[in-house]
Write a protein that binds this ligand. Structure first.
Ligand code: SF4
Length: 304
């Protein structure tokens, strides 16, 4: 069934005429919100592997890419530098690590996950060089546009840093994909609408949406266990996610609508593992109510 929103799969089919598979890579980076440059505790939901629990840090970058290619020969690829902050190093180091991943022309997209406070003009300019031979995407973990919530989750930068980073990346012609989380502590539907408004106003190219889940041994786990935080229900997530989709710009690519966590690392809620059910319920409800991505979109004032 076609989704009532513009998926990454659709975008890649339209552009390349086929499905492009993803190789997730641990690039050997750390994060300024963990090593003391910006903070030490990290975002309260972040696990010890910086959202890369399934990756193998003992393998080189090249070995990781080769292993994935060997498993599914004959494909084309997005190489995604996934965990921690993949622009947090001097430019020559960044180049060496990206080059190690770009084994051949079957890699159509170099996809870099990072923090907005680790985007500079020099880094964007270097990424734009790579964009001459293949697509380059930059993924920024915003989570929320609300600076009060950002402090609560220990994100370590205000919204203005995000809008500055998007402006720099756009000036270099680089597509920007933004991660947002629904169900952050203290947030309501109106906070989510404000976050979506900011994404629209910044004219970002893609979005990844998921519900906040609690991984073991994180600061959020201690809040949960002490009763100070309760995750939202699946029904609330589905309602809020649909609301967000209807307000998103219709041409923004939706890269993801669910979270992903190793079962062994997940503390709560169990329902986030029901990926197929969540996606199916979103589709069914949107079709039943005649809703599509952007059906409530309002053209914003651009502020980047
Ligand atoms: S910025 Fe990313 S890697 Fe760093 S602490 Fe936050 S979630 Fe973890």
């Amino acid at each position: 069934m076609k989704h009532p929103y513009y998926t990454l799969n659709e975008r890649m089919q339209a552009r390349y005429g086929r499905k492009i598979r993803k190789i997730c890579v641990d690039g050997g980076f750390t994060c300024p919100n963990r090593d003391g440059r910006c903070g030490t505790g990290g975002c309260i939901f972040c696990g010890a592997r910086g959202a890369g629990e399934q990756l193998d840090p003992t393998k080189t970058i090249r070995e990781q890419v080769e292993a994935a290619m060997k498993q599914r020969p004959g494909n084309e690829w997005i190489v995604y530098f996934q965990n921690f902050t993949n622009t947090y190093a001097p430019v020559p180091v960044l180049r060496a690590r990206y080059d190690a991943a770009l084994l051949d022309d079957s890699i159509r997209v170099l996809d870099i996950g990072t923090r907005p406070d680790c985007i500079t003009d020099e880094i964007a300019s270097m990424l734009a060089e790579y964009a001459k031979s293949r697509e380059v995407w930059v993924e920024l973990g915003l989570q929320t546009a609300n600076d009060e919530t950002a402090r609560r989750i220990n994100r370590g930068y205000p919204l203005s840093v995000f809008t500055d980073a998007v402006r720099i990346l756009k000036q270099h012609g680089l597509p920007v994909i933004v991660h947002i989380i629904l169900g952050l502590p203290g947030e309501t539907l109106s906070d989510i609408r404000r976050t979506v408004d900011v994404l629209n106003a910044c004219r970002v190219d893609g979005v990844k949406i998921h519900s906040l889940f609690i991984m073991k041994h994180t600061a959020l786990a201690y809040l949960y266990q002490s009763g100070a935080f309760t995750p939202i229900s699946m029904q609330t997530y589905i309602s809020w996610a649909i609301d967000a989709l209807t307000r998103l710009s219709p041409d923004m690519t939706v890269h993801r609508m669910t979270g992903n966590c190793l079962r062994s690392e997940l503390l709560a809620p169990d329902w986030i593992t029901e990926r197929d059910l969540i996606l199916l319920t979103i589709d069914r409800r949107m079709y039943a109510e005649g809703l599509t991505q952007g059906c409530r979109y309002e053209k914003p004032d651009c502020f980047t």
